[in-house]
Design a protein around this ligand. Structure first.
Ligand code: FEO
Length: 175
């Protein structure tokens, strides 16, 4: 049984994950429009992942007899100054999500809600991986440079990362 406080906080997290999904979808569209195919594929996959993160909490709330709420999603930005700026925004959003997950973990402890505490551990690990992935991408962009001649190579590098992520996810599913 969820406390009202925990239920409200988890519903807020649903909205945050939902916004991430829409933000990354908008980024995928911008990348497509700019001709960055690798980055577009990467952001589409990220968007789908965020939708799964949102639904996982949604189902969990129902499972523990709470009331999951479909969130209102605010309109995300649709244009970006550069690939570097876009990935900086992704990294900043992931840091915000991590902070929120950690606050949820702290709340589950103070509410003595061990079921939710256990449930949230998957998110703690996921956020560590996501932040690490975004830092790796930003490091690569820094290394390659993001002048006009470098954009092609950045896009190819992101495509490689995307394929590796897809393979890792498929392997995880096959376990
Ligand atoms: Fe589900 Fe990347 O936050």
């Amino acid at each position: 049984m969820l406390s009202k406080k925990m239920e409200t906080a988890l519903n807020k997290q649903i909205a945050l994950e939902g916004y991430a999904s829409f933000l990354y979808l908008a980024m995928a569209s911008w990348c497509d429009n700019e001709g960055f195919e690798g980055c577009a594929n990467f952001m589409h996959r990220q968007s789908e992942e965020e939708k799964e993160h949102m639904l996982k909490i949604f189902h969990y709330i129902s499972e523990v007899d709470g009331f999951a709420l479909t969130p209102a999603i605010k309109k995300p930005p649709h244009t970006f100054k550069s690939i570097r700026e876009m990935f900086q925004k992704v990294y900043a959003h992931e840091q915000k999500v991590t902070k929120s997950i950690h606050e949820l973990v702290a709340l589950s402890l103070s509410e003595k809600d061990h079921s939710t505490y256990n449930f949230l551990q998957w998110y703690v690990e996921e956020q560590r991986e996501e932040e690490n992935l975004m830092r790796t991408i930003l490091d690569k962009i820094k290394l390659i440079g993001d002048g006009p001649q470098s954009l092609y190579y950045i896009d190819k590098e992101i495509e490689k990362i995307n394929i590796a992520e897809e393979k890792a996810a498929a392997a995880e599913e096959g376990k």
